[in-house]
Design a protein around this ligand. Structure first.
Ligand code: HEC
Length: 401
């Protein structure tokens, strides 16, 4: 019953998280696009206007103007964009609790990585979010802020190092998702602690008829731009748990750094595309980068996967393979799982019929022998020999008689 309720909580909160995230990131993309497409050089622009822009969308014409700092008189209705950000963070953190902290022994701790307690794993997880924001915020308050390439290099190094350190303590999936949560926290923190307060000051100054401090807007704008560059890596991390060849790789942290670099480059190209095509080279280089990562994560290319042992292994009978799957996998992957967390076969994948074992045989090989992230958290204590026997059974044609 509890597991069933947690599943529905997971579904609902995840859905909300995606909806809020789409709204937030959509707005972020849109406003960066606006900023980059403003027509600033027109002769007839009023003194206090930085630029304007015409657009057509959904059958209507739109005309927008951007003020250099703030209008002399504030409009009655001023739209703020903040709840998308807050709600994305709140639902994201709730998901961390529902999925990862609730079942920390399954999702956070991996004895093959580090033998730590559930409490310690949660402490590391939450601590990483706090430390991440503090480091980022200190960097933003230093002169480095005004040197974007240096800022980018330092943040990239810091987050890659964080991915590495987390991978030494948490399960590979949890390590990835916490890098995502660290970035998400920086992004939401930017909105809550910097962008919105800065905008409040601008509004207050305009209301009081004082000269607003342009730095409030510029500073918020810079941190808003950081958010824009964070988006593609964080979006990948959000879907990464579908791709065990990334987080499950021996050098998963490096794979993440590679994919993030591609994402940041592509974001940059899109950000400046309308002014100059100077970063167009990023697109082909990004494609090559992804191909290199695909090669790098190829199961046979990893030093760990011993395919010779599989090739040379004695003949394995179906009964033997089925016996191993029955004891090590049925607790989750069967019609009636007995696991304490999984009450329905994960992803609907069951092995309790010979035809199903055959159907999923390539995946069984992949998860138990190559990537080695099944059985989940090795809850059912599969042995190295049994992994090899299953791999050999698949290699020999996954015969079911
Ligand atoms: C404690 C529960 C548990 C046990 C035991 C377990 N798994 Fe899994 N398995 C999961 C979960 C949860 C997922 C979905 C998450 C994921 O894909 O990593 C999964 C996914 C999989 C997938 C990917 C299915 C897909 O979506 O394509 C395969 C293959 C797999 N498991 C194989 C195995 C094999 C083989 C064993 C036994 C040697 C095993 N699992 C034991 C929980 C378990």
């Amino acid at each position: 019953m509890e597991a069933h309720i947690v599943e529905w909580l997971n579904l609902t909160v995840r859905w909300l998280h995606v909806i809020a995230g789409v709204a937030w990131i959509g707005a972020s993309f849109y406003f960066v696009w606006l900023e980059n497409n403003l027509e600033r050089l027109k002769e007839d622009l009023p003194e206090d206007i930085a630029g304007d822009l015409w657009a057509i969308h959904g059958g209507g014409f739109y005309y927008l103007q951007k003020f250099k700092v703030a209008p002399k008189e504030l409009p009655k209705n001023l739209h703020w964009f903040k709840w998308e950000a807050y709600f994305t963070w709140i639902t994201g953190f709730s998901l961390l609790i529902i999925v990862y902290y609730w079942n920390a022994s399954t999702y956070m701790v991996d004895a093959a990585v580090a033998d730590i307690s559930e409490g310690a794993s949660i402490g590391i997880g939450i601590g990483s979010l706090a430390i991440g924001y503090i480091v980022y915020d200190l960097l933003c308050r230093s002169p480095i802020l005004k040197k974007p390439p240096l800022m980018l290099a330092i943040m990239f190094g810091f987050l890659t190092a964080s991915a590495y350190v987390l991978s030494l303590y948490l399960s590979p999936r949890a390590a990835y998702i916490h890098v995502g949560a660290m970035i998400g926290t920086m992004m939401a923190g930017n909105v809550l602690f910097v962008i919105i307060p800065g905008q409040r000051k601008l509004v207050a100054a305009a209301e009081a008829g004082n000269e607003p401090d342009p730095w409030d807007g510029i500073y918020g704008g810079l941190r808003s731009r950081h958010n824009n560059y964070f988006t593609l890596p964080v979006l990948f991390i959000m879907v990464s748990n579908h791709f065990p060849m990334t987080y499950g790789h021996e050098y998963g942290w490096a794979v993440l750094a590679g994919l993030s670099a591609v994402g940041i480059g592509i974001r940059h190209h899109f950000n400046i595309r309308h002014r100059t095509n100077a970063a167009a080279w990023v697109m082909p280089v990004g494609a090559i980068g992804v191909a290199v990562l695909a090669w790098f994560t190829m199961p046979d290319a990893g030093p760990e996967v011993d395919m010779d042992a599989v090739r040379e292994f004695r003949e394995v009978s179906f009964a033997e393979a089925q016996g191993i799957v029955a004891t090590r996998c049925y607790t989750c992957h069967s019609a009636t799982p007995t696991d304490d967390v999984f009450k329905i076969a994960p992803n609907g994948v069951r092995f309790d019929e010979p035809a199903l074992m055959k159907k999923y045989s390539a995946k069984i090989m992949n998860r138990t022998y190559e990537v080695r992230n099944m059985p989940m958290a090795n809850k059912t204590k599969i042995t190295e020999d049994e992994r090899l026997i299953l791999a050999a059974w698949v290699f020999q044609g996954a015969k079911t008689e």
